[in-house]
Design a protein around this ligand. Structure first.
Ligand code: NI
Length: 404
């Protein structure tokens, strides 16, 4: 059913796009021919402590905010028949020298190692190099740098990259600002929380809906509402509830939602030792890994309590503390009308909205809010997508919003 809805949605999007492009409608005097798939890059990185992320399609962004890449690989999709050449690449590791040249999916770097990728070079050879350019963009210090082209060095010496984006274009063209890939292609079956959807437009308003204290009974209703509009949310889940709700967590991942960590037993982390904080977060990540194949990319300390050892312990694990800028108090009012009006009366670009996924009234509110926010022009993005669009995050710090 879900796949059907998604398919129907992408067809609707395609139809809407076609109808919307009035002044670039195809010239009807030309014979209509089937669109040949354009050649594109596919690329993936292996991250310290986490292993390989999924292959990303051309021009999408792959990044993680609390670890670093140790290995890289790339290949080409839809290479034109009869055209020689391949995609080649090298990386330089922190404290090391340039790797050998890898090509066509070979791994460069050291996937099990401790060193991070500092610089990367990507280029085409053979016939391909005469007809196409390959662009590379990397994230450093939480910010996406400018494109570099055809084998130029991407990155900053002395820093590690935390994300990469690669696009192949016909010679002389520049990569699309947002990839012309339908949302469904960006929300594949695994590891998608780490792929930023190319349909996030940083120049347009966006908010992050966040749901705490699950998983429980109501996530499915909220996901259905998100799927209907191509929206995403971030789910801050309690570790000891995870194993009995693996199916819905897999659905979150498949939908491109972000997996968040809300401690193992909803402890007040500000009252725990550093070791106990790390233990609670790690146990939750282990449960998430077992349920959906990936650990949390973001953490929200229960009660928003970030005192004591909390910030430094989370920082040592590479995490910031994600707080909120709109508190719906849904847990207290248990009133959908009140939750909806609190959000709609206060919402601004860059807000992080706090709700809870364990109350039916909150699910009912979400079912109304999700289309209403889209109607008002907000993109519904994950916390990491919001952060990436608005300057990034630094481990050990608190973030309550990413307003411009
Ligand atoms: Ni909570």
């Amino acid at each position: 059913m879900k796949m059907f809805l998604r398919k129907a949605f992408s067809i609707l999007v395609a139809v809407a796009l076609t109808l919307g492009m009035g002044n670039s409608a195809p010239d009807m005097k030309q014979p209509v021919r089937a669109e040949e798939p354009a050649m594109g890059a596919m690329f993936a990185m292996s991250f310290h402590g986490q292993g390989w992320g999924q292959w990303s399609p051309d021009n999408l962004r792959v990044y993680r905010t609390h670890t670093y890449p140790t290995a890289f690989r790339a290949t080409l999709d839809h290479q034109p028949a009869g055209m020689t050449g391949t995609i080649q690449y090298q990386v330089k590791m922190t404290g090391g020298s340039w790797s050998g040249v890898g090509e066509a999916g070979q791994i460069v770097g050291n996937e099990g190692g401790e060193n991070a990728i500092e610089l990367a070079k990507v280029w085409l050879n053979g016939d391909l190099a005469n007809s196409y350019d390959v662009y590379t963009m990397v994230m450093v210090d939480g910010k996406w740098m400018d494109w570099v082209v055809n084998g130029a060095e991407a990155g900053k010496s002395g820093k590690y990259i935390s994300g990469i984006r690669i696009a192949v274009v016909s010679k002389g063209k520049t990569p699309a600002e947002t990839a012309e890939t339908q949302p469904a292609a960006a929300s594949g079956s695994s590891g998608t929380a780490f792929v930023s959807h190319a349909n996030v437009d940083p120049s347009k308003p966006m908010v992050a809906l966040t749901f705490d204290d699950g998983p429980g009974e109501y996530e499915g209703r909220i996901l259905t509402a998100l799927e209907a509009v191509g929206g995403r949310a971030t789910w801050f889940m309690v570790g000891n509830l995870v194993s009995s709700h693996a199916a819905v967590i897999k659905r979150m991942v498949a939908d491109g939602c972000e997996i968040g960590n809300h401690s193992y037993k909803h402890e007040n982390l500000s009252k725990l030792s550093s070791g106990a904080i790390v233990d609670s977060i790690q146990k939750t990540n282990n449960a998430l890994q077992a349920a959906c194949g990936q650990p949390a990319t973001v953490v929200r300390p229960p009660y928003g309590a970030t005192g004591g050892n909390c910030k430094s312990a989370l920082g040592s694990m590479g995490y910031a503390s994600i707080l909120w800028s709109i508190d719906t108090l849904d847990w207290k009012t248990r009133n959908a009308d009140s939750t909806v009006s609190t959000v709609l009366n206060n919402v601004k670009d860059g807000d992080i909205i706090l709700m809870h996924s364990i109350y039916s009234q909150s699910a009912a509110a979400a079912e109304r809010l999700i289309p209403a926010l889209v109607q008002r022009g907000f993109q519904l993005v994950t916390v990491s997508e919001l952060a990436a669009a608005r300057g990034g995050m630094t481990p050990g710090k608190n973030y309550g919003s990413f307003r411009r």
